[in-house]
Design a protein around this ligand. Structure first.
Ligand SMILES: Nc1ncnc2c1ncn2[C@@H]1O[C@H](COP(=O)(O)OP(=O)(O)OP(=O)(O)O)[C@@H](O)[C@H]1O
Ligand SMILES: [Mg+2]
Length: 442
């Protein structure tokens, strides 16, 4: 059974046909959505990208032709298949004019249905391939690149799994280098909206006075230099995900507009009064303590609550040290193949040092250290290939504080261990005289 099921939306006011089509298409392993009216179909289309639309023509209220016209405008890439009981010449003409690729007359056999659906999907795939989906496919693999097996990391994965197929706004919090952006990409590319665009915007990198125009777009003449209408990131991310990185640095004006966009699902370009509907998911990330920023009046409380429909706290690496060997393995693979054309190993002492270090720069810092070691190493990676600051790292439990005197003792022991008991060398590293060292040892 293929894992990547395609989404098919069936629209028919006749429940029996709807059920029959659903049953058949499920047999063929497609993922089926049903709508008994055009209204309902529009509602579903708004939230779920479809690989194929199958619709009846004759329906009360709004008919299938109208739906096809709308769908051709909004979703030109989505293939459409018409199922009709009245194959009149006029009807067929209208259907062709409205852009439907094929049609099937009732009654039809199972085989006829299968062929028509496969053909339509194939057309759709060709169309997609010639347009944009190539870069997104490549990035898609990043989800599989997320490694970790600690309990805290698995909790993150399970939230990703729960939110990936809906459009709830997500706020990702975590220290620098913990993998917030990777989490955001995973939510997007692993979920139902993964075929839409993923647009990442680093709010901290845009000067305050340009943030609004960059995000929401502007109209010609809105300000000096605005010589034409321009769409912003919101429009660019339509149908997909807008990733607002470092949201804590968004200026207050923009925060107000963001709140509106989240509440009303509408935006206005700078210089315009026209409301434009936007249809996307917002994922925001921050390494700041937003509650603290709220207290300082730097961040709007109401926006905070809008953003945290779902909250993901990415734990710092020192709180999931059991992931370190897996991560090291992954980076050895990645950089071994990249720089050395083979897989390098790491010896157990070197790995122990990596496991012990508290990694204030989190996964990014670990990745850099492994990358550097791969470049330096002659054979397998040993302590000598690690940067100096790691070699002198002292092992003491997280957030357990000890008197300075004891700390000094521990540290001196550690340095002596490193120098194999050579006191002159140890004194040199500690930048104290040999006499002082001797005194301390006594
Ligand atoms: N679970 C993971 N498995 C493998 N690699 C990871 C994982 N998490 C993060 N990384 C890698 O670590 C690096 C930092 O991740 P990312 O850029 O997502 O962090 P960040 O939290 O956005 O950092 P910053 O706050 O500095 O922007 C990236 O190279 C990413 O590929
Ligand atoms: Mg980041």
């Amino acid at each position: 059974m293929p894992l990547n099921q395609e989404n098919i939306l069936i629209v028919d006011d006749d429940i029996k046909i709807l059920e029959l089509l659903t049953r058949r298409l499920k047999e063929f392993n497609y993922h089926v959505f049903k709508a008994i009216s055009v209204r309902e179909a529009l509602f579903i289309l708004k939230d779920t990208p479809m690989d194929l639309l199958i619709t009846d023509i004759q329906m009360p209220e709004v008919d299938g032709i109208q739906l096809l016209k709308y769908a051709n405008e909004r979703y030109p890439k989505m293939p459409k298949l018409v199922v009709t009981g009245y194959p009149s010449v006029d009807g067929a003409l209208e259907v062709l004019k409205s852009g439907a690729m094929d049609y099937l007359t009732k009654p039809f056999t199972k085989a006829e249905l299968k062929i028509a659906v496969e053909k339509a999907l194939e057309q759709g795939r060709k169309h997609q391939a010639s347009i944009v989906s190539v870069p997104s496919r490549a990035k898609n693999q990043q989800f599989n690149e997320m490694v970790g097996d600690s309990t805290t990391f698995n909790q993150v994965l399970s939230i990703i799994d729960r939110v990936k197929d809906n459009r709830a706004t997500v706020l990702i919090q975590g220290e620098s280098g913990t993998g917030k952006e990777l989490v955001a990409r995973s939510i997007h590319y692993s979920g139902k909206y993964g075929k839409g665009p993923f647009i990442a915007v680093n709010c901290g990198a845009i000067p305050d006075n340009l943030q609004e125009a960059e995000l929401f777009g502007y109209t010609k003449g809105a300000f000096t230099g605005a010589d034409q209408d321009r769409n912003g990131f919101f429009q660019a991310a339509s149908g997909g995900t807008l990733f607002l990185d470092e949201i804590g640095t968004a200026c207050l004006d923009v925060q107000t507009k963001l709140l509106r966009a989240l509440q009303e699902k509408e935006i206005t370009k700078v210089g315009s009064r026209t409301l434009e509907k936007v249809d996307l998911r917002i994922v925001a990330a921050t390494n700041m303590d937003l509650l603290e920023e709220i207290k300082k009046k730097n961040f709007r409380e109401d926006l905070y609550y809008r953003l945290t429909v779902v909250e993901i706290k990415v734990p710092p690496l020192r709180k999931r040290k059991s992931d370190i060997p897996l991560l090291v393995d992954r980076f050895l693979q990645k950089y071994g193949m990249e720089y050395r054309d083979r897989l390098l190993r790491i010896d157990s002492e070197a790995l122990k040092i990596l496991e012990r270090y508290p990694w204030p720069g989190n996964i990014r810092e670990l990745e850099n250290v492994v990358q550097r070691a791969v470049i330096m190493a002659d054979g397998s990676i040993g302590i000598k290939d690690l940067p100096d600051f790691l070699k002198y790292e002292i092992d003491f439990p997280e957030e357990e504080f000890i008197p300075l005197k004891d700390m000094e003792k521990k540290y001196i022991k550690r340095v002596l261990l490193y120098t194999n008991g050579n006191k002159s060398k140890a004194a040199e590293i500690l930048q104290i005289s040999r006499k002082t060292l001797r005194d301390k040892l006594d």
